[in-house]
Design a protein around this ligand. Sequence first.
Ligand code: BTN
Length: 272
Amino acid sequence: MFNKPIVAEDLEKRVSAKLIAKRVVVFQTLGSTNDFAKRLAQNGEGCGTLILTNEQTEGHGRQGRRWYAPANAGLWFSIILEPTQPTDMFGLVSLLAAVALAKTIERITFLSPALKWPNDVLINSKKVSGILLESQFSNNRSASLVLGIGINVNQKQTDFPEEIRQTATSLRAQTKHAIDRVSLLIDFLHNLEYFYLKFNDGNFGLIIDAWKERCPFLGKDISLQQNKDEIIGRFENLDEYGRMALRLQNGQMKYLSAGEPNFIQRGEQCYS
Ligand code: BTN
């Protein structure tokens, strides 16, 4: 019953988030919702459009990774936004999306997701969702954002390809029951719009505090690959731009806006 394709009318009838999803476009199969959304945004179109596909064949993630998105098993979508804040604050949008999703997962499944910088949502140390935020300048140079989100909903643990079976999970695999994707998405859009309005109002502290509350890695030692160098330090805080404030071994503070941290426990990497 929960593996039926989503159709636009199902969403349009129920969506309350009228700013971020004033228009809904649904595909059965698409290469990548982010690529489609970027093309719309480039022509200055589509602000407040939600693009969702039931199956995504060329989904991609951060650092050029592939995103596995089988038919009717998860939520694969992108939203075009035109924030009113300056572009140097845009990084906070992926943090607020992670917070909004964590709240939805908490409400619907009673699980307690953890947030991993910069924008992964984990359950029991496995990744249940990834966020890819891309900025796009239209032909008239106005800036928009494409917020791409993948949520693993109804896959069984054994459905994941072998190379990610140990590190990825789905809500179904964690709760042992299937979940209605439309209800999950409607709840998420409601939370996302709430935090997005706070962002546009300049209420950045609320977003950062809500993110930090759900991050068990603050204060922990990490290693991070930057170009060819490995940086080691303590994840001390998030700054007002959502950057990681990393205390280096020489005592200096380094602010990072991208990277893939590995958390270190008793000299061992617990996961990446
Ligand atoms: C990551 O964890 O690296 C981010 C993964 C983002 C995947 C989503 S699925 C919908 C949207 N379209 C894409 O091609 N990617 C994002």
